[in-house]
Design a protein around this ligand. Structure first.
Ligand code: SF4
Ligand code: FES
Length: 370
Protein backbone atom coordinates (compact mmCIF):
# COMPACT_ATOMS: atom_id res chain seq x y z
CA UNK A 1 0.00 0.00 0.00
CA UNK A 2 1.29 3.45 -0.90
CA UNK A 3 2.14 5.72 1.99
CA UNK A 4 1.66 8.86 -0.12
CA UNK A 5 -1.60 9.74 1.60
CA UNK A 6 -1.15 10.12 5.32
CA UNK A 7 -4.49 9.70 7.07
CA UNK A 8 -4.47 11.54 10.39
CA UNK A 9 -5.52 9.45 13.37
CA UNK A 10 -7.56 12.31 14.85
CA UNK A 11 -10.28 14.36 13.21
CA UNK A 12 -9.53 17.95 12.22
CA UNK A 13 -10.37 20.74 14.67
CA UNK A 14 -13.74 22.47 14.38
CA UNK A 15 -13.05 25.64 16.34
CA UNK A 16 -10.24 28.03 17.07
CA UNK A 17 -10.08 30.58 19.85
CA UNK A 18 -7.89 33.39 18.56
CA UNK A 19 -6.64 35.38 21.56
CA UNK A 20 -5.71 38.45 19.54
CA UNK A 21 -4.26 40.32 22.51
CA UNK A 22 -4.00 40.21 26.28
CA UNK A 23 -4.55 43.96 26.50
CA UNK A 24 -7.86 44.79 28.23
CA UNK A 25 -9.30 47.78 30.09
CA UNK A 26 -11.06 45.47 32.56
CA UNK A 27 -9.28 43.57 35.32
CA UNK A 28 -11.70 40.76 36.26
CA UNK A 29 -10.30 38.69 39.12
CA UNK A 30 -11.30 35.44 37.35
CA UNK A 31 -9.81 36.29 33.94
CA UNK A 32 -8.93 33.19 31.93
CA UNK A 33 -5.75 34.79 30.58
CA UNK A 34 -2.54 33.46 32.13
CA UNK A 35 -1.00 35.23 35.10
CA UNK A 36 2.02 36.01 32.87
CA UNK A 37 0.44 38.31 30.29
CA UNK A 38 1.84 38.85 26.82
CA UNK A 39 2.82 42.42 25.92
CA UNK A 40 1.69 44.23 22.76
CA UNK A 41 5.17 44.05 21.22
CA UNK A 42 5.04 40.24 21.22
CA UNK A 43 1.63 39.98 19.51
CA UNK A 44 1.26 38.40 16.06
CA UNK A 45 1.05 40.99 13.30
CA UNK A 46 -1.99 41.44 11.07
CA UNK A 47 -0.34 39.36 8.32
CA UNK A 48 0.57 36.60 10.79
CA UNK A 49 -3.01 36.36 12.08
CA UNK A 50 -4.38 36.23 8.55
CA UNK A 51 -1.95 33.40 7.79
CA UNK A 52 -3.22 31.59 10.90
CA UNK A 53 -6.83 31.98 9.71
CA UNK A 54 -5.88 30.71 6.24
CA UNK A 55 -4.21 27.63 7.74
CA UNK A 56 -7.17 27.09 10.06
CA UNK A 57 -9.66 27.15 7.18
CA UNK A 58 -7.48 24.71 5.21
CA UNK A 59 -7.25 22.44 8.23
CA UNK A 60 -11.03 22.22 8.55
CA UNK A 61 -11.78 24.77 11.26
CA UNK A 62 -15.35 26.08 10.93
CA UNK A 63 -15.62 28.64 13.73
CA UNK A 64 -13.12 31.27 14.78
CA UNK A 65 -13.72 33.03 18.07
CA UNK A 66 -12.00 36.43 18.12
CA UNK A 67 -11.11 36.91 21.74
CA UNK A 68 -8.54 38.40 24.09
CA UNK A 69 -7.97 40.16 26.52
CA UNK A 70 -10.18 42.63 24.74
CA UNK A 71 -9.99 42.04 20.98
CA UNK A 72 -11.19 45.59 20.30
CA UNK A 73 -7.81 46.74 21.65
CA UNK A 74 -6.40 45.60 18.30
CA UNK A 75 -6.58 48.46 15.78
CA UNK A 76 -6.86 45.87 12.97
CA UNK A 77 -9.92 44.05 14.36
CA UNK A 78 -12.13 44.94 11.38
CA UNK A 79 -9.42 43.84 8.92
CA UNK A 80 -8.89 40.55 10.75
CA UNK A 81 -12.64 39.90 10.87
CA UNK A 82 -12.97 40.55 7.15
CA UNK A 83 -10.07 38.21 6.39
CA UNK A 84 -11.53 35.38 8.48
CA UNK A 85 -15.01 35.84 7.01
CA UNK A 86 -13.64 35.93 3.45
CA UNK A 87 -11.93 32.59 4.12
CA UNK A 88 -15.35 31.12 4.93
CA UNK A 89 -14.84 30.96 8.70
CA UNK A 90 -17.82 31.64 10.96
CA UNK A 91 -16.71 34.64 13.02
CA UNK A 92 -17.70 35.24 16.63
CA UNK A 93 -16.45 38.23 18.61
CA UNK A 94 -16.00 37.64 22.36
CA UNK A 95 -15.80 41.10 23.88
CA UNK A 96 -16.20 43.15 27.04
CA UNK A 97 -17.62 45.87 24.78
CA UNK A 98 -14.94 48.33 25.87
CA UNK A 99 -13.22 49.85 22.85
CA UNK A 100 -16.25 49.47 20.58
CA UNK A 101 -18.16 52.43 19.17
CA UNK A 102 -21.38 52.35 17.19
CA UNK A 103 -19.44 53.06 13.99
CA UNK A 104 -16.98 50.25 14.72
CA UNK A 105 -19.80 47.77 15.44
CA UNK A 106 -21.32 48.66 12.07
CA UNK A 107 -17.95 48.23 10.32
CA UNK A 108 -17.56 44.81 11.94
CA UNK A 109 -21.01 43.80 10.70
CA UNK A 110 -20.09 45.01 7.20
CA UNK A 111 -16.85 43.01 7.38
CA UNK A 112 -18.87 39.83 7.88
CA UNK A 113 -18.93 39.39 11.67
CA UNK A 114 -21.66 36.83 12.34
CA UNK A 115 -22.10 36.80 16.11
CA UNK A 116 -21.17 38.75 19.24
CA UNK A 117 -20.66 37.43 22.77
CA UNK A 118 -20.74 40.29 25.28
CA UNK A 119 -19.63 39.75 28.87
CA UNK A 120 -21.51 41.16 31.84
CA UNK A 121 -20.13 41.12 35.36
CA UNK A 122 -23.32 41.98 37.24
CA UNK A 123 -26.75 43.59 36.88
CA UNK A 124 -25.99 47.05 38.21
CA UNK A 125 -23.18 49.55 37.57
CA UNK A 126 -22.05 49.20 41.18
CA UNK A 127 -21.71 45.43 41.29
CA UNK A 128 -20.50 44.98 37.71
CA UNK A 129 -17.91 47.74 37.75
CA UNK A 130 -16.51 46.58 41.07
CA UNK A 131 -15.86 43.12 39.68
CA UNK A 132 -14.55 44.40 36.37
CA UNK A 133 -12.38 46.99 38.11
CA UNK A 134 -13.45 49.67 35.62
CA UNK A 135 -15.81 52.57 36.35
CA UNK A 136 -18.40 53.17 33.63
CA UNK A 137 -17.93 49.72 32.10
CA UNK A 138 -21.50 48.52 32.76
CA UNK A 139 -23.18 51.45 31.05
CA UNK A 140 -20.91 51.06 28.04
CA UNK A 141 -21.84 47.38 27.72
CA UNK A 142 -25.54 48.23 27.70
CA UNK A 143 -24.91 50.68 24.86
CA UNK A 144 -22.85 48.10 22.91
CA UNK A 145 -25.65 45.53 23.21
CA UNK A 146 -28.02 48.04 21.58
CA UNK A 147 -25.60 48.74 18.72
CA UNK A 148 -25.15 45.01 18.09
CA UNK A 149 -28.92 44.49 17.97
CA UNK A 150 -29.34 47.48 15.63
CA UNK A 151 -26.67 46.08 13.32
CA UNK A 152 -28.70 42.87 13.08
CA UNK A 153 -26.08 40.58 14.62
CA UNK A 154 -27.15 37.83 17.02
CA UNK A 155 -26.04 38.48 20.60
CA UNK A 156 -25.05 36.13 23.40
CA UNK A 157 -24.51 37.40 26.93
CA UNK A 158 -21.62 35.78 28.79
CA UNK A 159 -22.24 35.79 32.54
CA UNK A 160 -19.43 34.34 34.63
CA UNK A 161 -20.90 33.44 38.02
CA UNK A 162 -19.22 33.21 41.40
CA UNK A 163 -20.02 33.71 45.05
CA UNK A 164 -20.52 37.48 44.72
CA UNK A 165 -23.06 37.42 41.89
CA UNK A 166 -24.47 33.89 42.02
CA UNK A 167 -27.64 35.21 43.65
CA UNK A 168 -28.24 37.52 40.66
CA UNK A 169 -28.61 34.80 38.01
CA UNK A 170 -32.34 35.37 37.53
CA UNK A 171 -31.75 39.12 37.11
CA UNK A 172 -28.93 38.41 34.63
CA UNK A 173 -31.26 36.25 32.55
CA UNK A 174 -33.87 39.01 32.58
CA UNK A 175 -31.21 41.55 31.61
CA UNK A 176 -30.22 39.35 28.65
CA UNK A 177 -33.82 39.32 27.47
CA UNK A 178 -34.03 43.10 27.86
CA UNK A 179 -30.89 43.42 25.73
CA UNK A 180 -32.50 41.29 22.98
CA UNK A 181 -29.93 38.52 23.36
CA UNK A 182 -30.81 35.15 21.84
CA UNK A 183 -28.61 33.20 24.23
CA UNK A 184 -26.97 33.55 27.62
CA UNK A 185 -24.08 31.49 28.93
CA UNK A 186 -24.28 31.20 32.71
CA UNK A 187 -20.88 29.74 33.51
CA UNK A 188 -19.58 29.19 37.01
CA UNK A 189 -16.00 30.37 37.30
CA UNK A 190 -13.21 27.82 36.73
CA UNK A 191 -10.37 28.00 39.19
CA UNK A 192 -7.23 28.39 37.12
CA UNK A 193 -4.80 31.29 36.98
CA UNK A 194 -6.27 34.53 38.29
CA UNK A 195 -9.39 32.81 39.65
CA UNK A 196 -7.23 30.37 41.60
CA UNK A 197 -5.67 33.37 43.34
CA UNK A 198 -9.14 34.66 44.23
CA UNK A 199 -10.73 31.38 45.25
CA UNK A 200 -11.52 32.52 48.80
CA UNK A 201 -13.66 35.35 47.40
CA UNK A 202 -15.17 33.59 44.40
CA UNK A 203 -15.93 29.95 45.25
CA UNK A 204 -19.72 29.64 45.58
CA UNK A 205 -21.24 27.83 48.52
CA UNK A 206 -23.04 24.52 48.01
CA UNK A 207 -26.38 26.25 48.72
CA UNK A 208 -25.69 28.87 46.05
CA UNK A 209 -24.69 26.21 43.52
CA UNK A 210 -27.87 24.19 44.16
CA UNK A 211 -30.07 27.27 43.99
CA UNK A 212 -28.38 28.34 40.74
CA UNK A 213 -29.19 24.98 39.15
CA UNK A 214 -32.86 25.34 40.17
CA UNK A 215 -33.01 28.94 38.93
CA UNK A 216 -31.61 27.97 35.53
CA UNK A 217 -34.03 25.03 35.20
CA UNK A 218 -37.03 27.25 35.98
CA UNK A 219 -35.83 29.99 33.62
CA UNK A 220 -35.33 27.48 30.80
CA UNK A 221 -38.99 26.51 31.14
CA UNK A 222 -40.19 30.09 31.40
CA UNK A 223 -38.20 31.43 28.43
CA UNK A 224 -38.39 28.40 26.14
CA UNK A 225 -38.40 29.68 22.56
CA UNK A 226 -37.26 33.15 23.65
CA UNK A 227 -33.79 32.66 25.09
CA UNK A 228 -31.35 29.74 24.99
CA UNK A 229 -29.69 29.31 28.38
CA UNK A 230 -26.38 27.44 28.49
CA UNK A 231 -25.21 26.55 31.97
CA UNK A 232 -21.88 25.42 33.40
CA UNK A 233 -22.55 24.36 37.01
CA UNK A 234 -20.09 24.73 39.87
CA UNK A 235 -17.95 21.65 39.46
CA UNK A 236 -16.61 21.62 43.04
CA UNK A 237 -20.21 20.88 44.04
CA UNK A 238 -20.99 18.46 41.20
CA UNK A 239 -20.79 14.67 41.17
CA UNK A 240 -18.85 14.33 37.95
CA UNK A 241 -16.44 16.58 36.08
CA UNK A 242 -17.36 18.26 32.85
CA UNK A 243 -15.96 17.18 29.50
CA UNK A 244 -13.52 20.05 29.52
CA UNK A 245 -12.83 21.39 26.00
CA UNK A 246 -14.98 18.52 24.72
CA UNK A 247 -11.91 16.35 25.35
CA UNK A 248 -8.24 17.30 25.03
CA UNK A 249 -7.23 17.97 21.41
CA UNK A 250 -10.54 16.67 20.06
CA UNK A 251 -12.48 19.73 18.94
CA UNK A 252 -10.56 22.95 19.17
CA UNK A 253 -7.39 24.87 19.76
CA UNK A 254 -6.38 28.20 21.29
CA UNK A 255 -3.84 30.50 19.70
CA UNK A 256 -2.29 32.97 22.14
CA UNK A 257 -1.43 36.59 21.25
CA UNK A 258 2.18 35.59 20.49
CA UNK A 259 1.11 32.55 18.44
CA UNK A 260 1.55 29.66 20.86
CA UNK A 261 -0.99 26.97 20.04
CA UNK A 262 -2.64 25.38 23.09
CA UNK A 263 -5.15 22.55 23.56
CA UNK A 264 -6.97 24.77 26.09
CA UNK A 265 -6.63 28.26 27.53
CA UNK A 266 -5.06 27.02 30.79
CA UNK A 267 -2.76 24.39 29.28
CA UNK A 268 0.33 26.44 30.09
CA UNK A 269 -0.27 25.65 33.78
CA UNK A 270 0.93 22.10 33.05
CA UNK A 271 4.71 22.40 33.36
CA UNK A 272 5.57 19.11 31.67
CA UNK A 273 4.16 20.35 28.35
CA UNK A 274 5.86 22.64 25.86
CA UNK A 275 3.99 24.49 23.16
CA UNK A 276 4.94 25.31 19.60
CA UNK A 277 4.13 28.59 17.93
CA UNK A 278 2.76 29.38 14.49
CA UNK A 279 6.03 31.22 13.86
CA UNK A 280 7.94 27.91 13.88
CA UNK A 281 5.43 25.21 12.83
CA UNK A 282 2.26 24.99 10.79
CA UNK A 283 -1.12 24.67 12.50
CA UNK A 284 -1.55 21.24 10.91
CA UNK A 285 1.77 19.97 12.28
CA UNK A 286 0.91 21.26 15.74
CA UNK A 287 -2.62 19.81 15.72
CA UNK A 288 -1.69 16.35 14.49
CA UNK A 289 1.86 15.83 15.68
CA UNK A 290 2.82 18.00 18.65
CA UNK A 291 3.53 16.39 21.99
CA UNK A 292 1.23 18.82 23.80
CA UNK A 293 -1.83 17.96 21.69
CA UNK A 294 -1.16 14.23 21.82
CA UNK A 295 -0.42 14.13 25.56
CA UNK A 296 -4.03 13.49 26.68
CA UNK A 297 -5.76 12.31 23.53
CA UNK A 298 -7.51 8.96 23.55
CA UNK A 299 -7.39 6.67 26.59
CA UNK A 300 -3.80 5.50 26.91
CA UNK A 301 -2.87 8.32 29.28
CA UNK A 302 -5.85 7.67 31.59
CA UNK A 303 -5.46 6.30 35.11
CA UNK A 304 -6.99 2.84 35.56
CA UNK A 305 -10.02 4.30 37.33
CA UNK A 306 -11.05 6.26 34.23
CA UNK A 307 -9.95 3.62 31.71
CA UNK A 308 -12.36 1.15 33.33
CA UNK A 309 -15.20 3.62 33.75
CA UNK A 310 -18.30 3.76 31.54
CA UNK A 311 -18.27 7.59 31.66
CA UNK A 312 -14.89 7.96 29.98
CA UNK A 313 -16.59 8.63 26.64
CA UNK A 314 -18.77 11.27 28.31
CA UNK A 315 -16.24 13.36 30.23
CA UNK A 316 -12.87 12.06 28.97
CA UNK A 317 -11.61 11.89 32.55
CA UNK A 318 -12.46 15.53 33.28
CA UNK A 319 -10.21 18.56 33.18
CA UNK A 320 -6.43 18.10 32.92
CA UNK A 321 -5.68 21.59 34.17
CA UNK A 322 -7.92 21.09 37.21
CA UNK A 323 -6.15 17.82 38.03
CA UNK A 324 -2.86 19.73 37.76
CA UNK A 325 -4.07 22.59 39.96
CA UNK A 326 -5.58 20.39 42.67
CA UNK A 327 -3.37 17.31 42.70
CA UNK A 328 -0.20 18.46 40.96
CA UNK A 329 -0.63 15.70 38.36
CA UNK A 330 -2.30 16.51 35.04
CA UNK A 331 -2.81 12.81 34.27
CA UNK A 332 -4.78 12.11 37.47
CA UNK A 333 -8.54 11.57 37.51
CA UNK A 334 -10.14 15.00 37.90
CA UNK A 335 -10.69 15.18 41.69
CA UNK A 336 -14.15 16.64 41.10
CA UNK A 337 -15.22 13.09 40.19
CA UNK A 338 -17.10 11.39 43.00
CA UNK A 339 -15.15 8.19 42.20
CA UNK A 340 -11.78 9.87 42.74
CA UNK A 341 -10.07 8.92 46.00
CA UNK A 342 -9.22 12.62 46.35
CA UNK A 343 -12.82 13.84 46.14
CA UNK A 344 -13.19 14.04 49.94
CA UNK A 345 -10.27 16.46 50.12
CA UNK A 346 -11.91 18.65 47.53
CA UNK A 347 -15.18 18.70 49.48
CA UNK A 348 -13.29 19.69 52.61
CA UNK A 349 -11.56 22.46 50.70
CA UNK A 350 -14.83 23.72 49.19
CA UNK A 351 -16.42 23.80 52.64
CA UNK A 352 -13.44 25.66 54.08
CA UNK A 353 -13.54 28.26 51.29
CA UNK A 354 -17.30 28.62 51.73
CA UNK A 355 -16.78 30.13 55.14
CA UNK A 356 -13.60 32.00 54.27
CA UNK A 357 -13.81 35.64 53.36
CA UNK A 358 -11.42 37.54 51.19
CA UNK A 359 -12.15 41.23 51.45
CA UNK A 360 -10.33 42.37 48.32
CA UNK A 361 -9.68 40.83 44.94
CA UNK A 362 -6.37 40.37 43.35
CA UNK A 363 -7.38 42.01 40.10
CA UNK A 364 -5.96 40.72 36.86
CA UNK A 365 -2.81 42.71 36.04
CA UNK A 366 -2.62 44.59 32.80
CA UNK A 367 -0.03 43.55 30.23
CA UNK A 368 3.21 45.18 31.28
CA UNK A 369 4.35 46.27 27.82
CA UNK A 370 1.32 47.86 26.17
FE1 SF4 B 1 -15.06 10.48 34.43
FE2 SF4 B 1 -12.85 9.16 35.25
FE3 SF4 B 1 -14.76 9.84 37.00
FE4 SF4 B 1 -15.24 7.93 35.22
S1 SF4 B 1 -13.73 7.87 36.90
S2 SF4 B 1 -16.63 9.59 35.79
S3 SF4 B 1 -14.10 8.72 33.42
S4 SF4 B 1 -13.46 11.26 35.79
FE1 FES C 1 -7.42 22.84 30.46
FE2 FES C 1 -9.77 21.90 31.37
S1 FES C 1 -9.00 23.96 31.48
S2 FES C 1 -8.28 20.86 30.18
Amino acid sequence: MSDAIKIPRVPPPMAMLAELTHRCPLACPYCSNPTELTGADEELSTAEWISVFRQAAALGVLHVHLSGGEPAARGDLVELTRAAATLGLYTNLITSGLGLTEARVNRLADAGLEHVQLSIQGVSPESADRIGGYGGGYNRKIAVAGWVANAGMPLTINAVCHRLNMDEIEAMIELAIGLKARRIEVATVQFHGWAERNKAALLPTREQAEQATRTVAEARERYRGTLVIDYVPADYHSKYPKACMGGWGRIGMNVTPSGRVLPCHAAETIPSLSFETVRESSLAEIWYESGAFNAYRGEDWMPELCRNCERKAVDFGGCRCQAMALVGDASATDPVCIRSPLRDDLTLEANAFSVASQADFIYRGRASKT
